[in-house]
Design a protein around this ligand. Structure first.
Ligand code: ADP
Length: 399
């Protein structure tokens, strides 16, 4: 039973082929610069060398055809024929209120994903392109959609409504949806497994911090609050995104600088966050390099990032009236010992105590970085969103 997982962006397409008998990855890869000249396909069959191919790939249909060519290639392939792919699982960013869980793709599902383009104009059209390109290249193969928002559909009204006229929710579904749900779902479960405790009994805060970042309060296994909102702009300070700010700043700045809606969106999504404050980079590695060299702008960017992250952890401990487990994941969460240390040092009022040596350990497995005395278990859990997509796909088509 083989499942192809596809994460389709507007100009990129990532894939992983799973053998679900043992959940092993047979091959993975990435097509970049779709729609531009010299697109790049990078294909890595497990246990064999990576291959890179530069060609013209104008749309997703060709991208998937090239991926299938590579998967079935005599030298670099891992399949005899495309017919060995039993199902395709797609990552979809926005499932709105339509999707509380993953779903098999049918006409209605596609219609609903299209209806949400308004809420996710950059992401959902790419998902539709990936789905339709798969239908063309793998006719008859069942497809499943897995949503970044679905895990957060359990949030209560008090957490997901904004304190603005209710009519905006009724008419336009303006509310908090939250994102990175697949990752928060995966790491909260992996954390409970690691601790050997039932998730139902735990209050967990999951910190998914990569280029984008969000925090989730997971109580009894379900998401009760999360820091991203109607869009992935709200919440933490991120690589290039502002995170929370006074909403009155937006009309004020638009007025002063005569900015259009798309210009102000661009400013807040692409030219803010670590990038804006450091003036150097959106990449935490460069920020911590700057910090270590004493660069004042990097130092401030780091301090703001850590301060805001820590304030959110405190607010989610308040939301759940306590916290048993704090989980760090994604690019920064899994790799940056200095960010974890700075955050945890200032959580002593919650009884958090981390072991500096354990915090420095590098490993691809879930691990504990807190001391035996710590009142909160602090874990680093590598996320695996693709595996969740593969598992959901496998389960749904075998129902
Ligand atoms: P995305 O949100 O795009 O999925 P990732 O979760 O892969 O991104 O996170 C990417 C970010 O992780 C990079 O921008 C970088 O800031 C950070 N990162 C990766 N490795 C390290 C490291 N060793 N130390 C600090 N930060 C790191």
């Amino acid at each position: 039973m083989k499942v192809l997982v596809i994460n389709s962006g507007s100009s990129s397409l990532k894939y992983q082929l799973y053998d679900m008998t043992d959940e092993s990855v047979l091959a993975k890869g990435l097509v970049e610069r779709i729609g531009m000249d010299s697109s790049i396909l990078t294909h890595k069959p497990t246990g064999k060398d990576e291959v890179t191919e530069v060609s013209e790939i104008l749309e997703h249909n060709t991208a998937i055809r090239k991926v299938i060519d590579k998967l079935t290639d005599k030298t670099h392939g891992v399949l005899e024929s495309v017919s060995e792919i039993n199902a395709v699982g797609h990552r979809v960013v926005h499932g709105g209120e339509f999707f509380k869980e993953s779903a098999v793709v049918d006409q209605q599902a596609k219609k609903d994903i299209r209806a949400l383009i308004d809420l996710a104009p950059l992401h959902n059209p790419a998902a539709i392109m990936g789905i339709e390109a798969s239908e063309i290249n793998m006719p008859g193969v069942p497809q499943v959609v897995v949503f970044d928002t679905a895990f957060h559909q359990t949030m209560p009204e008090k957490a997901y409504l904004y304190a603005i006229p209710r009519v905006l929710y009724n008419k336009y579904k303006v509310r908090r949806y939250g994102f990175h749900g697949t990752s928060h779902y995966y790491v909260s479960r992996a954390a409970a497994d690691f601790l050997g405790k039932p998730l139902e009994d735990l209050k967990v805060i999951t910190a998914h911090i990569g280029n984008g970042g969000s925090l989730t309060a997971v109580q009894g296994g379900i998401s009760v609050d999360t820091s991203m909102g109607m869009t992935p702009l709200e919440g933490l300070m991120m690589g290039t995104r502002s995170g929370d700010l006074d909403p009155a700043i937006v009309p004020y700045v638009m007025n002063k600088e005569e900015l259009t809606v798309s210009e102000v969106n661009l400013m807040l999504n692409k030219h803010s966050g670590l990038q804006a404050i450091s003036g150097i980079s959106s990449d935490m590695r460069e920020i911590t390099d700057g910090l270590e060299k004493g660069d004042p702008h990097s130092t401030l960017a780091f301090e703001m990032y850590e301060y805001r992250l820590r304030k959110y952890i405190g607010s989610y401990a308040a939301a759940m009236n306590g916290v048993d487990v704090l989980v760090f994941t994604a690019g920064v969460g899994e790799n940056s010992a200095i960010v974890r240390k700075a955050v945890c040092e200032n959580l002593s009022y919650l009884g958090v105590e981390i072991d500096e040596e354990l915090n420095k350990v590098r490993s691809g497995d879930p691990r504990r970085i807190s001391t035996p005395n710590s009142k909160v278990e602090v874990l680093v859990v590598p996320t695996n969103e693709e595996l969740v997509i593969a598992r959901d796909t496998y389960q749904l088509i075998n129902k």
